[in-house]
Design a protein around this ligand. Structure first.
Ligand SMILES: NC(=O)c1ccc[n+]([C@@H]2O[C@H](COP(=O)([O-])OP(=O)(O)OC[C@H]3O[C@@H](n4cnc5c(N)ncnc54)[C@H](OP(=O)(O)O)[C@@H]3O)[C@@H](O)[C@H]2O)c1
Length: 222
């Protein structure tokens, strides 16, 4: 797939893009500044194994979104509204996968619900009904994504309205070496978003960097 990652210059988006490029996807790194996106793409190409099949390029967010089949939003919650306003026209008719977790201020490890909706539901309102939002990857730490041999010890909760869209995202989870679990409606994304603060706190208290969650009771292949 041709995947644009808005804010793919940052830790989480870059790490996911790296894994998808290694799996053969075409990655377009988006940034507020085209040159910053190009630099991040150059770094990703240099870090990929020689036999990696995927192509990587970088540009500004709106150009990246326009060129892609699927768009990933990976910016801080505070930047979500402005980023989506910039790409609103370009994402119509496409799937937008949001990894955004709104973290509390001043302590990121203390959860605060921003407005009564999940950030993912807000994203759906911000892009309009012509674009379909699915929430995923909120609980995957960026720390080990650059290490392709590392198996993230965390399931991905996938929230959205349509099973077919969530199946597409489950495929992206597999391609990145993770298990995606259909976690229901987009409203449920508030749980995954809140868990991010809980996991961050666990990381701090236990002096680790990759605390995660597992859903038990599922057949291995699900
Ligand atoms: N890091 C993790 O381990 C992790 C884990 C799970 C979920 N998440 C979530 O994933 C999202 C991205 O996380 P991250 O750690 O990659 O974030 P980040 O590195 O702080 O930011 C990602 C990118 O967003 C853009 N950005 C930053 N501040 C902005 C602003 N004020 N206005 C517009 N754009 C801005 C920047 O891109 P340009 O300057 O190139 O435009 C930046 O490179 C967040 O919502 C976070 O909660 C992160």
């Amino acid at each position: 797939m041709k995947i644009a990652i808005l804010g793919g210059t940052g830790k989480e988006g870059w790490g996911l893009g790296f894994r998808w490029a290694a799996a053969g996807h075409e990655i377009i790194i988006g940034s507020r500044l085209a040159e910053k996106g190009e630099r991040a793409a150059e770094e990703m190409r240099a870090a990929l194994p020689d036999d990696a099949a995927g192509a990587v390029s970088g540009t500004d967010n709106a150009t990246a979104a326009a060129a892609a089949e699927l768009v990933v939003l990976s910016v801080p919650y505070e930047a979500q509204e402005a980023t989506l306003a910039d790409v609103r026209a370009a994402v119509q008719g496409k799937l937008l996968v949001t990894v955004v977790a709104p973290l509390g201020q001043p302590k990121a490890r203390v959860w605060r619900l921003p407005s009564g909706l999940s950030a993912a539901e807000e994203a759906q309102q911000q892009v309009g009904e012509g674009c379909t939002v699915v929430a995923a990857f909120q609980n995957i730490s960026a720390t080990h994504l650059r290490d392709l041999a590392h198996n993230p010890d965390c399931d991905v909760l996938i929230c959205g309205e349509r099973a077919a869209d969530k199946d597409v995202v489950a495929g992206l989870c597999r391609d990145a070496g993770m298990r995606g679990v259909n976690a229901g409606a987009l409203a449920n994304a508030v749980i995954a978003e809140g868990l991010t603060a809980v996991l961050l706190g666990i990381n701090i208290r236990h002096k680790i960097s990759g605390a995660g969650i597992r859903i038990t009771g599922l057949a291995e292949e699900e």
